[in-house]
Design a protein around this ligand. Structure first.
Ligand SMILES: NC(=O)c1ccc[n+]([C@@H]2O[C@H](COP(=O)([O-])OP(=O)(O)OC[C@H]3O[C@@H](n4cnc5c(N)ncnc54)[C@H](O)[C@@H]3O)[C@@H](O)[C@H]2O)c1
Length: 357
């Protein structure tokens, strides 16, 4: 077992997480436990937990349908109403069992219900284990714009068991891997080298890479919990990546994109901007582009999409005074925050992406 101290809350990482969860419940009192899950986390993860954690036997279960399109205010309304019907009070605990959608939305619902009840995260996807479950950003999409409504609020604790990743398909694992690539690029050259050698066909021996990634995210978040400065580095790839993700969410005829797939495309675009704005050397631009494009299939984007994509970028929360704000690389392992780019340059970056394949 390994414990990482996050800001005011512990992150437990273990291959037998039930022991840690039992210890946690033995030391705490809650008037009621509510498990929020989707059909996959309920099928693949809940049974092992309930078999090993006596406190879970009396827990209420709320199941929602999986998918980013459900991370919205309508589902939140239903969840608040259900918590009320179940008699949830301020001594109750919401247990977010699932990926980033469950963690983001469950955290938001808990943070706002009766002005806030406690919650813990048991992340069950690679993406949520290395990124979404840590750092206290909770929220939902509004009119398909990513994470437009939310708050900063920390969980009571995070329990990570990499055994849960066994039932994730390779596409979902690669989605999480994109955030691990980001962590390496913004903060740690040696992590980048290890990430380059990772076995992404089988994801074998990944625990140490996962721990290193969590550690990078945690360190950055500890230094700047409410994103006044250095935490913005974690948004590398996300100004353009979120716009791509939102764009595909709003187009019913487009194939659904996973979060990490959109971020991978965003990172290629923003690596191009890094070459233009923050002096990222040409050889690093080539190295990063070749690595990411060798892993993630090309997302079909054409010039006719550029206008809406750039409109969506103006919803990004980092923007100030209607200026697009980027976190860009000056070298592999080094990120410069609060960079701006003209629309023409952003369009060049999108063209660079389409030509990278
Ligand atoms: N709060 C943050 O700091 C932060 C950071 C990064 C991403 N995010 C958010 O996280 C979300 C993406 O997270 P995600 O990729 O985990 O998506 P997700 O929650 O949609 O999960 C992906 C899929 O995996 C399934 N699943 C979950 N656990 C499983 C398991 N053990 N076995 C098999 N299937 C399983 C889910 O049902 C879903 O179909 C996005 O909404 C993104 O905006 C938040």
């Amino acid at each position: 077992m390994m414990e990482i101290k996050a800001r005011n809350y512990p992150v437990f990482i273990s291959r037998n997480i039930s022991d840690e969860i039992n210890r946690y419940f033995n030391a705490k009192f809650f008037s009621k436990l509510i498990v929020l899950a989707d059909e996959n986390s309920l099928t693949y993860c809940y049974p092992q937990l309930v078999a090993a954690i006596p406190a879970f036997e009396d827990a209420e279960i709320i199941e929602i349908e999986s998918g980013e399109q459900n991370k919205n205010i309508e589902i939140c309304s239903q969840l608040w109403a259900t918590l009320d019907e179940l008699g949830v009070d301020r001594q109750s605990l919401l247990i977010n069992l699932g990926g980033g959608v469950i963690g983001d939305m469950g955290g938001f619902v808990a943070s706002t219900f009766k002005r806030g009840i406690s919650f813990i995260n048991i992340p069950t996807t690679l993406l949520s284990q290395v990124d979404a479950s840590i750092g206290g950003k909770v929220g939902i999409d509004l009119s398909n714009v990513k994470n437009l409504v939310g708050v900063f609020n920390n969980p009571e604790a995070v329990f990570i068991d990499t055994n849960f990743l066994k039932t994730l398909d390779n596409r979902q694992l690669l989605s999480g891997f994109a955030e691990m690539i980001k962590h390496a690029l913004i903060a740690d050259t040696s992590h980048w080298q290890k990430i380059n050698k990772a076995d992404i066909k089988t994801f074998a021996d990944f625990d140490s890479l996962i721990i290193a990634s969590i550690d990078i995210k945690n360190r950055i978040v500890q230094d700047d919990p409410v994103e006044k400065n250095i935490r913005k580095a974690l948004n590398f790839g996300h100004t353009i990546g979120h716009a791509i993700e939102s764009y595909f969410l709003e187009q019913d005829n487009k194939q659904p994109l996973l979060h990490g797939e959109a971020i991978a495309a965003g990172m290629i675009c923003e690596t191009y901007l890094s070459g233009q704005i923050t002096g990222l050397p040409g050889y690093s631009l080539k190295e990063i582009t070749a690595f990411i494009s060798s892993i993630y299939p090309a997302i079909p984007i054409s010039k006719s999409d550029f206008e809406r994509l750039t409109e969506l970028m103006f919803h990004d929360k980092k923007n100030v005074n209607k200026q697009l704000n980027f976190s860009l690389l000056s070298a592999i392992g080094k990120c410069e925050i609060n960079q701006t780019a003209s629309l023409d340059l952003v369009k060049e970056a999108l063209i660079y992406y389409t030509e990278s394949y």
